[in-house]
Design a protein around this ligand. Structure first.
Ligand SMILES: [Zn+2]
Length: 95
C-alpha cells in the first residue's frame, strides 16, 4: 500500500464462494473526497488502478503502463500527493 492507496482506500479484491468455486474480482472504488477534485486526478486514479489489473506491484513495468495510458502520469501522481497533503493540512486547521 502506498500513500495514494492509503489515502483513497482504493482497489480492493473481493473473494466469495459461488457455486462451490472461489471467485475473486477486483473493484475500483473512488473515495468521495474526489467528487470535488480535478478531473485529471480522477483519470489518474483510474489509470493507476487499471495498471494494477496487470501489475500488482509498483514496479518499473507498472509505471511504464501508467505512462502508456496517460502521458504525464508521474507528474499527476506527484500533484495528487501534494493535493492530498494540502487537504490533510486544511482538515487539521479546521479542528
Ligand atoms: Zn498502486
Amino acid at each position: 500500500m502506498d500513500l495514494t492507496h492509503r489515502a483513497l482506500g482504493l482497489h480492493t479484491t473481493i473473494s466469495r464462494v459461488q457455486g462451490g468455486k472461489l471467485k475473486s474480482k477486483k473493484e475500483i472504488r473512488i473515495a468521495s473526497l474526489f467528487k470535488d477534485a480535478a478531473p485529471e486526478f480522477l483519470k489518474m486514479i483510474v489509470v493507476h488502478e487499471l495498471a494494477h489489473f496487470k501489475e500488482s506491484d509498483h514496479n518499473k513495468a507498472f509505471y511504464q503502463l501508467c505512462e502508456h495510458m496517460q502521458p504525464g502520469y508521474h507528474q499527476l501522481e506527484f500533484d495528487l500527493r501534494i493535493y492530498l497533503t494540502y487537504r490533510d493540512l486544511q482538515g487539521k486547521a479546521a479542528e
